[in-house]
Design a protein around this ligand. Structure first.
Ligand SMILES: *Cc1c(COP(=O)(O)O)cnc(C)c1O
Length: 377
């Protein structure tokens, strides 16, 4: 049996008629741009998350950059984040001219350790960009309290955690702005690239809208009678595409069931791992984990990965090496040993297939292989 990490063909095939109808609707509308699909998706997504406003854009990386722009963060500022994250988290900070400052993570959830915040803060610190790694929310109560006490903005990089929550409060509702990705492999994946920012603040909403589309208020684009070319912001053009928005709208009604499928796969893996030497991922009391990644840990990671590959089971490593050890970030001068918890996990972690398209037969096959390798690897 072959078990891939993802199966986009199956995801498409399951909704093929509706996806094709959505594409046709856009292509025949005469509005390939500035049409109704993006605002409709924004409204539907905001409602799903339970927040007032959403602004679509063309990637999760773009969403993070837009959040920083809308909050006025730029040259000379510092933004605190975790080193075990996607390239986009840190490049977004760098490309607005700010400096990323890393804080090591908690050993159980591998999320930003609030205990490291007071050492990382300087007079230049403007924001915490907290990452909810793998779908398990970060330790938000102390992180939020710290941000409010110190007058820092709080941005959630929620690209891996759509649908997750802490004590009943969803991811996306903790920060001044939260960012999600519609990359194909995320909880709500497009067929291509996309992203979205959410906020409850009407002023930040206006600023996000302003920055995403050239720096013009979007209302003017929709109103042909509106006059003037005045630019209110030094904007970017990182808008979400009508075609992508239309395809995301088709999929959004299935999101909750897809998250449940991930959680069921995860529960089965965790139960099976109890009979092995492998460590299952932690789920803290009061937290809802939505498992964009199912990440086990073992000292024999490379061997286990190789044996699974020989059995036809695909696995991945996320995020290895961590950002501070990547060649692109050598200029930060953060040598090996700077973030021991992150670095240890990077040696030990392994992501198993957990997508909603994974069948129960495939999952059981993965479990059989893990049990076969587990005691002896
Ligand atoms: C995927 C991801 C991003 C970037 O999103 P893209 O849509 O791929 O640009 C940023 N941060 C995290 C934590 C992610 O998982």
């Amino acid at each position: 049996m072959q078990v891939p990490m993802y199966n986009h063909t199956a995801r498409f095939a399951a909704l093929q008629n509706d996806l094709e109808a959505a594409l046709r609707r856009v292509l025949l509308s005469g509005k390939p741009d500035w049409g109704p699909e993006v605002p409709a998706l924004e409204a539907e997504f905001a409602k799903w998350v339970g927040i007032a406003h959403a602004v679509g854009c063309n990637s999760g990386t773009a969403a993070l950059r837009l959040a920083l722009l809308a909050l006025g963060i730029g040259a000379g500022d510092e933004v605190i984040t975790a080193p075990n994250t996607d390239a986009g988290t840190v490049s977004a900070i760098h490309h607005v001219g700010a400096k990323p400052v890393f804080v090591d993570v908690e050993p159980d959830t591998l999320n930003l350790d609030p205990k490291g915040l007071s050492e990382a803060i300087t007079p230049r610190t403007k924001a915490i960009m907290v990452v909810h790694l793998y779908g398990h929310p970060a330790n938000m109560l102390p992180i939020e309290a710290f941000a409010r006490q110190r007058g820092l903005f709080l941005i959630e990089d929620a690209c891996l955690a759509l649908g997750a929550s802490v004590r009943g409060r969803p991811v996306g509702l903790w920060g001044d702005i939260a960012c999600f990705s519609f990359a194909s492999t995320k909880h709500l994946g497009g067929f291509g690239s996309g992203g979205i920012c959410v906020t409850k603040d009407p002023e930040l909403y206006e600023r996000l809208l302003g920055y995403v589309g050239y720096g013009q208020p979007r209302a003017r684009v929709y109103d042909p009678k509106a006059s003037g070319q005045d630019l209110h912001y030094v904007g970017v053009n990182e808008r979400l595409d009508e075609l992508q928005a239309a395809m995301l709208r088709v999929q959004l009604p299935y999101l909750q069931s897809w998250i449940q499928a991930r959680q069921q796969h995860a529960a089965a893996y965790t139960q099976a791992l109890a009979q092995t030497s492998f460590e299952p991922p932690a789920v803290r009391q009061g937290y809802v984990h939505t498992f964009r990644n199912y990440v086990m840990q073992t000292d024999n990671r490379d061997q286990v990965q190789q044996r699974l590959a020989q059995a036809g089971v695909a696995t991945t490593l996320a995020y290895v090496p961590p950002i501070h050890l990547q060649p692109a970030y050598a200029f930060l001068h953060l040598p090996k040993g700077s973030f021991p918890v992150t670095e240890r996990s990077a040696q030990r972690l392994l992501c198993l297939p957990v997508s909603p398209q994974l069948s129960v037969e495939q999952r059981n096959y993965v479990i059989e292989q893990l049990l076969a390798i587990g005691g002896q690897a």
